[in-house]
Design a protein around this ligand. Structure first.
Ligand code: HIF
Length: 289
């Protein structure tokens, strides 16, 4: 990818960056009437998560620090299909703010998207740096396989250090965006407002009858009534697994509890494996008007 070419930031160059300005500039990149449902927000959230979700608690490898997601072969892993669009959208900001690291830029983009699309405030710290190379890419297979069920989802998220409650809180982010047949092979949005951060993943999961989609593509579900909304096999595990289900029931009826638990789990995700300088400030950005 050509995003390797910009100057690498050194370990403490983040100190020279005004992150309030970066927040504002990322927010200005969200809207685009010609892209998907009109916003890059969902794909920014997916970029932030796929940058971070490679972390392995045992070997302490992976995670957003060093942003190996921008290098081949990791950029080409099947799970990352389509994320080049998000990286390309953000690249001008790396040019404008050469002292921000890619790891900070990609994770901050996820924070801006969650907040500006109506979600909770997300605490975020700078301090990741560009010290990794293609040789540090994580092996393929660390991110979850949407075709699988609860056991696999647990294996992957326990490896990152999450518990069941945190996993369910995180899955609420599938209120945002859509699946693309050209990327994952799956097709469709999870609900009618894919550019607004809501607890609709949980309400739609519970309120609809989900039936197998009749098509030549990979096995997925559509809602029986309209056929307009979708669930992945891995999403459906949150309805059928009793330990996951008790939190789904809670978040479907209590949006405040979902927002409070989501923001904690999302910050934890974006910080996996990052050794922050002790004096790195914690930002709680104000959502723009
Ligand atoms: Fe996703 N996810 N995710 N995901 N994801 C897709 C899209 C988005 C899984 C699979 C997929 C999380 C967990 C899991 C977002 C955010 C998060 C797609 C479709 C697939 C297949 C990609 C495409 O075709 O464009 C699986 C199996 C997960 C574990 C169960 C996180 C919790 C929900 C961690 C998370 O934050 C977002 C946002 C999108 C939409 C991207 C878009 O371009 O609109």
């Amino acid at each position: 990818s050509d995003s390797n070419s910009a100057t690498a930031s050194s370990a403490d160059s983040w100190r020279k960056v005004n992150f309030y300005n970066v927040y504002k500039d990322i927010a200005d990149l969200l809207e685009d009437e010609n892209y998907d449902d009109g916003s890059y927000g969902p794909v920014f959230v997916r970029l932030a998560w796929h940058s971070s979700g490679t972390f392995d608690t045992k070997t302490k490898t992976g995670g957003s620090d060093g942003a190996t997601i921008r290098f081949a072969p990791e950029s080409g892993h099947g799970a990352n299909a389509g994320l080049d669009a998000a990286r390309a959208r953000l690249e001008p900001l790396k040019k404008k703010y050469p002292n921000i690291s890619y790891g900070d830029l990609y994770t901050l983009a996820g924070v801006v998207a969650v907040q500006e699309l109506g979600g909770p405030t997300v605490r975020w710290r700078p301090g990741r740096s560009d010290y990794k190379t293609a040789a540090d890419c994580t092996p393929d297979g660390r991110l979850p396989d949407a075709a699988q069920g609860a056991g696999h989802v647990r294996d992957v998220f326990y490896r990152m250090g999450f518990n069941d409650q945190e996993i369910v809180a995180l899955i609420g982010a599938h209120a945002l965006g859509r699946c693309h047949s050209t990327r994952s092979g799956y097709e469709g949005p999870w609900n009618a407002s894919p550019t607004v951060f809501t607890n609709f993943f949980f309400t739609e999961l519970l309120d609809n009858t989900w039936v197998p989609k009749k098509w030549n593509g990979p096995f997925q579900y559509v809602d029986k009534n309209s056929g307009a909304f979708m669930m992945l096999p891995a999403d459906m595990a949150f309805k059928t697994d009793p330990q996951f289900r008790k939190y789904v029931d809670k978040y479907a009826t209590d949006q405040d509890a979902f927002f409070a638990d989501f923001t904690k789990a999302f910050t934890k995700l974006l910080e996996l494996g990052v050794k922050f300088p002790e004096d790195a400030p914690v930002y709680e950005f104000k959502t723009l008007e």
